[in-house]
Design a protein around this ligand. Structure first.
Ligand SMILES: [Zn+2]
Length: 319
């Protein structure tokens, strides 16, 4: 990919350093890729604008410009696609394990709680030490939480703070929310003001680029869906500029060979492509060097705690 020098005026939203342009993402291209991804037609009224993907020269954070988030129509459309919300996330149980070490009870706020999947896990684990609350701007999701008997609010952080003055939490969780947000630094600062002095914020996002993005454009990890593409360097920089301590956690990565086969197959067939053994072997025989390139590039993936990076990262921030 050719990298061009970008207009120096647009600085990194995390560390304010200079940026370069990674790629141009025109609206027709995004619409075309969305149609391919879900194998369906894309509504004409989703108000998708032209974007650029920029990268910080200091912390390597990748972000979208302009900072125009996906419209309500866009989210209504995309959330109605099959398989949009995963039911179980690795980080749910990881956070519960980390909180299990706490000696006292924990007051927790899940920001962007959706239909309460994390709360379902808390209830399942019968962890009575956690007094949990949820926040989500989507009324449909909040109604589902209320039906389950969860304590939730249909509002954003600013509204919540106005309505709940002096309410502080020991833990604030944010699962796959930060990558949708245009101003991550300001957003985390808002969350910090909701935290007890000894409290922690737990944030999970995709680890970008994900291993299957090697030679395939993942439209869901780009605007208007995802605004920020996070990696270890950008998380560490975020902690540094906010004066926070950071600890990171990751699940075990997929096996090198499996990642290589997946990214190789995605590069030929896309996400709806053929995963059958016969097709894989045929494709490798047809283009062996291409496959070896994938294998080699996968071996060069970022290393986190001595292992190849997985596709998701959990960061714990403490004051
Ligand atoms: Zn930066």
């Amino acid at each position: 990919m050719k990298k061009r020098t970008h207009n120096k005026n647009i600085s990194c939203p995390i560390c304010s350093n200079t940026t370069i342009k990674v790629k141009k993402l025109d609206s027709p291209y995004i619409i075309d890729r969305l149609a391919l991804h879900f194998n369906t037609q894309v509504d004409k009224n989703l108000n998708i604008v032209d974007y650029e993907l920029l990268k910080c020269t200091e912390c390597s954070f990748e972000f979208s410009y302009p900072q125009i988030a996906g419209s309500g129509a866009f989210y209504n459309w995309i959330t109605s696609q099959t398989g949009y919300y995963p039911k179980i996330r690795w980080e749910f149980s990881k956070v519960l394990d980390l909180l299990a070490n706490e000696k006292k009870g924990v007051k927790l706020l899940d920001v962007g709680c959706g239909d309460g999947q994390f709360f379902d896990q808390i209830v399942k684990k019968k962890n009575t030490k956690i007094d949990f609350y949820g926040l989500d701007p989507t009324i449909g999701s909040i109604e589902m939480c209320i039906d389950k008997g969860y304590k939730v609010y249909c509002m954003d952080i600013k509204e919540f703070k106005i309505n709940n003055k002096n309410t502080l939490f020991d833990a604030v969780t944010l699962y796959h929310v930060l990558e949708h947000i245009a101003n991550p630094k300001e957003f985390i600062e808002e969350l910090l003001s909701l935290l007890n002095p000894n409290g922690s914020i737990y944030i999970s996002t995709p680890y970008s680029p994900m291993d299957f993005e090697l030679d395939w454009f993942d439209v869901l990890n780009h605007p208007p869906h995802h605004f920020g593409r996070w990696n270890l360097k950008s998380y560490k920089k975020l902690a540094e500029v906010l004066g926070l301590k950071i600890e990171v956690f990751m699940p075990l990565p997929g096996k090198l060979l499996v990642s290589a086969i997946q990214s190789f197959m995605f590069s030929i067939y896309g996400n709806l492509g053929k995963g059958e053994k016969k097709t894989i072997i045929k494709s490798i025989i047809k283009t062996p060097f291409k496959f070896l390139t994938h294998l080699w590039k996968q071996s060069q993936r970022d290393k986190i705690m001595g292992k190849r990076a997985a596709n998701v990262i959990l960061a714990k921030f403490t004051k």
